[in-house]
Structures are given as C-alpha cells and as structure tokens.
Design a protein around this ligand. Structure first.
Ligand code: FAS
Ligand code: PHB
Length: 390
C-alpha cells in the first residue's frame, strides 16, 4: 500500500487530521491497534474551544455537534459555600465554548471517514514507523498473521501518550518534561439532568469537584481522589454523597442523583516532549503532550496541533513549500506550553495537595479572592479557557 500521509492512531488527532487531509485530496490511511468498538466506547473530554469547533466545521463533520452541542457562555467557581461566575462571553468580547463529548466527536469523525471511503486499519499490532529520518518513510504492522507495509511521504504520530511514535524517536533526539500530580479524578456518567446549566469547578477542603454534562439529560461529574483509590470502593451512593459534600448547599440540595453507567479514575500529569517533528515523523496530540483535564485543554491542544500540521502539509503538497513543516514544532510548542501553564495553574488553584501547608492554602485562597475581585484576573482566566489564538 502507498499513501501520502500515514496516520498512527484513530483518536481525535488522527481522525481530524485524516478528515481535513482527505477533504483536500491528500491520501491517508489510519492504523490503530484498538478495535473500532473500543475507540467508540472511550469517555473522555467534554469541552471544545472555538478553534476545535471551527476545525470540525472545516472538516465537514460539524452538523451533529451544531445540532446537539451546548454552547456555553460561562462557568462557575465554587468555594467557601458560594459561586462566582466567570462570564466567558463578556470577558472575551463574544467567545464561548461548546459542550460536546469527545465520544460523540469521535463517532462523527469515524462515520464521515467511512462515508468518504478513506481506509482505517483497526486491531493492527506491532505498528512501527521506519526511515522517517530519510525521504522514504514507511510503516509496518501485523494483522491476520501477516506483516504489512505502508509506504508514504509522511507519518503522523497520533497514537496518544502510550503510543509507539514518540518511543520510535532516538532517545538523544527528544527531551521530555513531566509533572505527576499527587491525586486523580474519579468520574461518572449518569442519565440525570445536570445540577446547573453551566459547569461548576469546586474548591473544597475535602477536595476538588467538577460538575459537567454531555447533554441536558446526561451529567458528567468528577471528584478528586487519592492516586491509590480503587473503583470498587466507590458505590454510586458514596460518590453522590462525597460530590454533594464538596458543593455549596444550594447545589447539593438541588442535585438529581441516579445510577452511573460509566465510572473511571484518571491520573493527572503534565507532560511535554520536544521537539515534535523528526524528519518525516510528526508527533500530534497526546503523543507529545498531556495536561491535567482541569483546564479542558487535552482534546483542544490535539486539535490545534492538527491545525498546524494540516496547513503545513497543505503547503507542501499544494504550494511546494516546506516552510510550515519546518516551523511545525516551534509553532505548536509555543501554544502547547501556554496551555500546559494554564492547566497547571487551574489544577493548583482548585485541588487540595496532600503535602500543602498553611502557606500554600493561603495562597490558594488569595488566588480565588483575587479572581473574584479583579476583572483583569478574570479576563486572563477567560481568554485561556476559551482558547488562545492559533
Ligand atoms: P488518543 O489517546 O485519544 O488516541 C490515540 C489512539 O492511538 C488510540 O485510538 C489508540 O488506540 C491508538 N494507539 C495507541 N498506541 C498505538 C500503537 N502502538 N499502534 C497503533 N495505534 C495506537 N481531555 C480534556 O480536554 N478533558 C477531559 O476531561 C479529559 N479526560 C480524559 C480522561 C482520560 C482517561 C484520558 C486518557 C484522557 C482525557 N483527556 C481529557 C485527554 C484526551 O481527551 C486527549 O487529549 C485526547 O484523547 C487526545 O487525542 P489523541 O491525541 O487522538 O490521543
Ligand atoms: C468533561 O465534561 O468531561 C470535562 C469538562 C471540563 C473539564 C474536564 C472535563 O475541565
């Protein structure tokens, strides 16, 4: 098989890149180690920046998102028993975010890829990028008892944090920076109406909590938990009780509870690999960077990487210019690090750190107090939350 761009990974990065390239007449194949069903069953992000929405529009897969997604003009911070609303729309001169689950976005992208007849190879094992430091890179993978080869011009490593692409780069050619947080998020999905029309990020002595949603009838809730927590120790009743204890009384009393149909624990880390381009191999999305979900940036960073790489490849094929390709890593990392900073800042401001002393606690309270009394401070939060310009 030969294509122009071989994509490893059928998550949001790979699918969005594949859709944009396909619409531009650039041939791709996506190779993923997971099954189609497993990929469609993943529950992850819930908030899309305007840049991500625009890319979905440009990719021609935005119809359901526009019909079913929930535009949000603000969210609330809850602490000391009260709420403080951050008016995203007012503070950013009209920008907002779209609440639309990553699961649905993935479903839309897979559906459109199949409708357009672009190939995806699922359940491929030993996917390996080769010769990407030269001009004739290729992939190999095993399936149905045979080893297959895909020749290509470029390889997009869209295979997430645990993928093969980053690990295929010689150690001396890549630098990584990591911060692991001393807690995780225990999240549930439940077919109950959300406690509020907008998201609530809660700072509480018992730990962080987040009230989010997937629709007006489906809620997504998270509570900060210890890293060694086990799902089996968390009945629905225990989760609901703990969540309500971390919210102001008026939310706790109004909360509609019900059975969860998804329950999971995610660790929190900040991670960046530099650079993000190695000859004809590009790292995209979680393959190159991870942020704690507090700032709702993970999926959106993947989208902005795709924006830069798509335009760079378009320049290569349509304008015979490699300027975008050569600038890819510097351009994406400039935006990545600002999102890493924001996600770290939101996480540090809203979570309880086991090792925090009185000083750190007072700083956290001062941060929240400053935010609720300064339009300038609110504006900094708002412009980062809706997404900095590409
Ligand atoms: P993905 O990890 O989504 O996709 C990578 C794909 O590559 C997968 O399909 C995988 O099967 C495939 N792959 C991996 N290794 C391979 C190999 N060796 N060969 C072939 N294929 C391979 N972000 C938010 O903004 N908000 C959230 O609330 C949030 N919650 C999250 C919860 C969890 C548990 C996780 C893990 C992430 C969460 N994220 C969240 C971040 C998440 O949304 C990512 O940013 C997003 O999935 C990134 O998309 P991709 O870069 O496509 O990587
Ligand atoms: C979610 O709805 O899953 C979600 C929303 C906002 C975040 C993190 C997760 O910051």
């Amino acid at each position: 098989m030969r294509v122009q761009v071989a994509i490893i990974g059928s998550g949001p990065s790979g699918l969005l890149l594949g859709q944009l390239l396909g619409k531009a007449g650039i041939e791709t194949v996506i190779v993923d180690r997971s099954s189609r069903e497993h990929i469609l069953g993943r529950v992850r992000a819930g908030v899309l920046e305007e840049g991500t929405v625009a890319l979905m529009n440009r990719a021609g897969v935005a119809a359901r998102m526009q019909a079913e997604g929930l535009p949000h003009d603000g969210f609330s911070l809850a602490f000391d028993g009260r709420d403080h609303r951050i008016d995203l729309f007012g503070l950013t001169s009209g920008k907002r975010v779209m609440v639309y689950g990553q699961t649905e976005l993935t479903r839309d992208l897979i559906g459109q890829r199949e409708a357009d007849g672009h190939p995806t190879i699922y359940e491929a094992s030993n996917v390996t990028p080769h010769d990407f430091d030269g001009t004739t890179p290729y992939l190999t993978y095993d399936k149905d008892g045979k080893t297959h080869r895909i020749d290509c011009d470029f390889i997009a490593g869209c295979d997430g944090f645990h993928g093969v692409s980053r690990k295929a780069v010689p150690e001396k050619a890549i630098r990584t920076v990591e911060k692991v947080y001393p807690f995780g998020w225990l999240g549930i999905l439940s077919e109950v109406p959300p406690v509020s029309d907008e998201l609530i990020y809660a700072n509480h002595a018992r730990g962080f909590a987040l009230c989010s949603m997937r629709s007006r009838t489906r809620s997504r809730y998270y509570i900060q938990c210890a890293l060694d927590e086990k799902i089996e120790n968390w009945s629905d009743a225990r989760f609901w009780d703990e969540l309500r204890r971390r919210l102001p009384a008026h939310h706790a009393e109004a909360m509609v509870t019900g059975p969860s149909f998804e329950k999971s624990i995610a660790p929190l880390r900040s991670f960046v690999a530099e650079p993000m381009r190695f000859g004809r191999l590009f790292l995209v999305g979680d393959a190159a960077h991870i942020v704690p979900p507090t700032g709702a940036k993970g999926l959106n960073l993947a989208a902005s990487d795709v924006h830069y790489l798509f335009n760079a490849l378009l320049e290569h094929y349509h304008d015979r210019s490699n300027a975008g390709i050569d600038a890819y890593s510097v351009r994406v990392l400039a935006r990545v690090w600002k999102a890493v900073r924001f996600s770290w800042w939101m996480t540090t401001m809203l979570h309880r750190f086991p090792e925090a002393g009185d000083f750190e606690q007072k700083i956290q309270e001062a941060e929240l107090d400053y935010l609720t009394h300064s339009r300038a401070a609110e504006t900094v939060l708002a412009e980062n939350y809706v997404g900095l310009p590409y």
